[in-house]
Design a protein around this ligand. Structure first.
Ligand code: TNX
Length: 552
C-alpha cells in the first residue's frame, strides 16, 4: 500500500512540473505561485456562472461574487454544495473538502479548465488566496468599480498549487506622525489582501501623536491626539485631518478599532497594535507628565528625530498606567502579538534621574541598557500573563530579554535573537523602509527620510528575508518580513500610496514566492500589467518605478 502511494506521489510530482516565472508571457500573477502549469483553452465567465461553495466557505464565495459584480455587471449566485466536492460544469467551486492538507494553513489548489474552476484549500485563508489569484487570472479591468463593456471575462486554463514561503507578510503604517482615518486604513488593508499580505502592524503611538482612545486615561487622546499644526514643514492643505478649531490630528475610538480588526480579519489579516515604550512617548507624557522622569513640561515635537518623552521606571504608578492601557488594548485586539516598541530610548534622562539611578542600584543593574531590559522584561511578563506574545524592535535585545518575546529586526540582532530561541521578523532599514527615497535621484522625488540610502523597487525585490548563513535549525525562527511606512514625510493617503506602491508588490513576492522563482526581469514584465490593476483600483503608485532605469 505504502509503495503504491509512493509511486502515485512520484508520478504526480513528475506531471505537475513547475513553470518558471520567466517562461510564461501571458500570466501576470503577483506574487508568483509555487507551482503552475498552463493548460489549453480558457474558462469564460458568463452571467450564468454560479459560485458553488461548501457550507464552510459561504463568506469567501460571497467575497468572490461581490468583487466580480461591479466590473462584469454579473450577479453571480452563490449556491451551497452539501454532498459533493466535485467540479460543477460551467461554475466556480470553492471548497475545503478533499483539500490536500500538505498545503498548510494558507495554501490552495486552483484548477481552471474550459468547463469549470475549482479552488480547494484546507482553510478559508487558503481559499481566500486562491480567490485573489483567480482575480489576477482575469483581465485587469476586473478591478474596475464600474461596468466595463467589450472585455472577454475569461481566464487561461491553469493548474496551480500554491502556499506562502513565510507566515509573516506584513506592512507597518505609522499613524502617529501623520494621521490616517479608519477608511484610509481600510484602503491600505484592501491592497494588502490583493498582495496576499497577512499582518498589519499599526504603529498607534509615538512622540507626535497618541491615536488609540483609552477609556481610563481620556487625556491620552484629548491632549495626545492633537497638535497645533500639521508640522514637519507641510502646507496646511496637504491634509484634511483637522478638527474645527484648526488643531491637527485624530484618533480611533474602540468602535473604529473593532471595525478595522473585523475588516482585516475578513481579509485574513492579523492586526498587531504597537504601543511604544519606554521612549517615543512624548504625546502620552504631554497628557500625563507624572509618569515621566522630569515632570515635563512636554510639547509634541513637529519634526523627526529622537525626543525626551521617556517613561519613569522608578515610579510604580508608571507601570500601573501601562498595565491599564494594555488591558484595554488586549480587549480591542484579539490576536496573539502585541508590539511594545522599545526602540531609540534616549537614556540620558535615566542617567540624570536620581530615582532611576537608585532603582538601578536596588535591582543590581549596572547601566541604562540593563534598565531598559528590566523595563521590557517586566512588561513582557504582563503581556505573557494575558496569553499574548510581546514584540519589540532590535533594541529589546539589550540588557536581556524574556525568552518568548519576538524581535523585530530593524538595525540588526536577527541571528543573535534566533540563536537565543526568539522568533524574528525581518525589517532591516536598507530593504524594508518605505519612508526612504525610491530613487537615487532625490531631486526628482518628494521629500523622504534622508538618513537612509535609496530603497529602490529592485533593492526590495533583491532582499532575502532569510539571513545569510543562519544555520538551518534556526531558520524556522524567521517568521517573515514587512515593509515599514514611517510617516514623518507622508501627510496624506495619496502620498502614503505613492511610497507603498509598487514596493509592496515586491514585498509580496519576496514573502510569498519561493526564492528559486525570483526573477527581476519577469517581475517587471508582470508589474506592467499589475499596475493596470492598481489603476483600476484607484491606488496611487510611483509610476517611474515601472522603468528599470534605477541601479540596484
Ligand atoms: C527610526 S525604525 C524609527 C522611527 C522613525 C524612522 C524614520 C524605528 C524602530 N524607529 O521612529 O520614524 O526611523 O525612518
Amino acid at each position: 500500500m505504502k509503495i503504491k502511494s509512493f509511486f502515485i506521489a512520484a508520478f504526480l510530482c513528475l506531471t505537475v512540473a513547475t513553470v518558471p516565472a520567466a517562461g510564461t508571457n501571458t500570466l501576470a500573477l503577483i506574487p508568483w505561485p509555487q507551482k503552475l502549469t498552463i493548460g489549453a483553452g480558457v474558462f469564460k465567465l458568463t452571467p450564468d456562472t454560479h459560485v458553488y461553495v461548501d457550507l464552510a466557505s459561504r463568506e469567501t464565495g460571497n467575497c468572490l461574487s461581490a468583487r466580480l459584480r461591479p466590473s462584469t455587471g454579473y450577479s453571480l449566485a452563490t449556491r451551497t454544495q452539501v454532498f459533493s466536492s466535485k467540479a460543477v460544469k460551467g461554475c466556480i467551486l470553492l471548497t475545503t473538502r478533499d483539500a490536500s492538507t500538505n498545503l498548510g494553513a494558507e495554501g490552495y489548489d486552483l484548477v481552471v479548465t474550459p468547463g469549470s474552476v475549482v479552488i480547494r484549500a484546507p482553510t478559508q485563508a487558503g481559499l481566500f488566496y486562491g480567490v485573489q489569484t483567480l482575480f489576477q487570472l482575469l483581465p485587469p479591468e476586473i478591478f474596475s468599480s464600474n461596468v466595463v463593456r467589450g472585455v472577454d471575462w475569461q481566464m487561461p486554463c491553469v493548474q496551480i498549487q500554491d502556499w506562502p514561503r513565510f507566515k509573516w507578510r506584513g506592512l507597518m503604517l505609522d499613524v502617529s506622525r501623520h494621521f490616517f482615518n479608519k477608511s484610509e486604513v481600510e484602503t491600505v488593508l484592501d491592497a494588502m489582501a490583493l498582495h496576499k499580505l497577512n499582518v498589519f502592524h499599526w504603529h498607534l503611538t509615538d512622540d507626535q501623536g497618541w491615536r488609540i482612545e483609552i477609556k481610563k486615561y481620556p487625556r491620552l487622546t484629548r491632549i495626545g491626539a492633537w497638535r497645533p499644526s500639521v508640522g514637519f514643514g507641510f502646507a496646511p492643505n496637504s491634509t484634511t485631518a483637522y478638527r474645527p478649531d484648526g488643531d491637527y490630528g485624530g484618533f480611533y475610538t474602540p468602535a473604529d478599532i473593532h471595525e478595522v480588526v473585523k475588516y482585516a480579519a475578513a481579509r485574513h489579516i492579523t492586526v498587531v497594535p504597537e504601543i511604544e515604550m519606554p521612549g517615543h512617548s512624548t504625546a502620552a507624557l504631554e497628557a500625563y507628565p507624572q509618569f515621566s522622569c522630569t515632570g515635563g513640561p512636554f510639547a509634541m515635537p513637529l519634526t523627526g528625530g529622537i525626543f525626551n518623552g521617556i517613561y519613569n521606571p522608578a515610579n510604580e504608578e508608571t507601570f500601573k498606567f501601562l498595565d491599564d492601557v494594555l488591558t484595554e488594548v488586549f480587549q480591542l485586539f484579539p490576536d496573539k502579538y502585541i508590539h511594545l516598541g522599545g526602540d531609540e530610548v534616549p537614556k540620558e534622562t535615566w542617567k540624570n534621574s536620581p530615582a532611576c539611578q537608585a532603582l538601578m542600584k536596588q535591582e543590581g543593574l549596572t547601566n541604562e541598557d540593563q534598565l531598559q531590559g528590566w523595563f521590557m522584561r517586566r512588561m513582557e511578563k504582563f503581556v505573557s500573563a494575558h496569553g499574548r506574545t510581546m514584540i519589540g524592535w532590535s533594541e529589546i535585545l539589550q540588557g536581556g530579554l524574556a525568552s518568548n518575546a519576538v524581535v523585530m529586526d530593524w538595525i540588526g540582532g536577527a541571528k543573535e535573537a534566533a540563536s537565543a530561541g526568539h522568533d524574528v521578523v525581518m525589517s532591516p532599514t536598507a530593504c524594508c523602509y518605505l519612508d526612504f527615497y525610491q530613487s537615487t535621484h532625490r531631486a526628482t522625488e518628494p521629500r523622504a527620510a534622508t538618513w537612509g540610502g535609496a530603497l529602490t523597487l529592485r533593492k526590495v525585490y533583491s532582499f532575502d528575508p532569510m539571513p545569510a548563513n543562519l544555520p538551518s535549525q534556526l531558520q524556522s525562527h524567521i517568521l517573515g518580513t514587512q515593509g515599514n511606512l514611517w510617516t514623518e514625510w507622508v501627510p496624506n493617503l495619496e502620498h502614503a500610496e505613492y511610497m507603498i506602491f509598487p514596493r509592496e508588490c515586491a514585498i509580496a513576492e519576496i514573502t510569498w514566492s519561493s526564492e528559486s522563482s525570483h526573477n527581476w526581469g519577469d517581475f517587471m514584465r508582470r508589474l506592467q500589467i499589475h499596475v493596470q490593476r492598481l489603476d483600476e483600483l484607484g491606488i496611487n503608485y510611483r509610476r517611474a518605478s515601472r522603468q528599470t532605469l534605477e541601479p540596484n
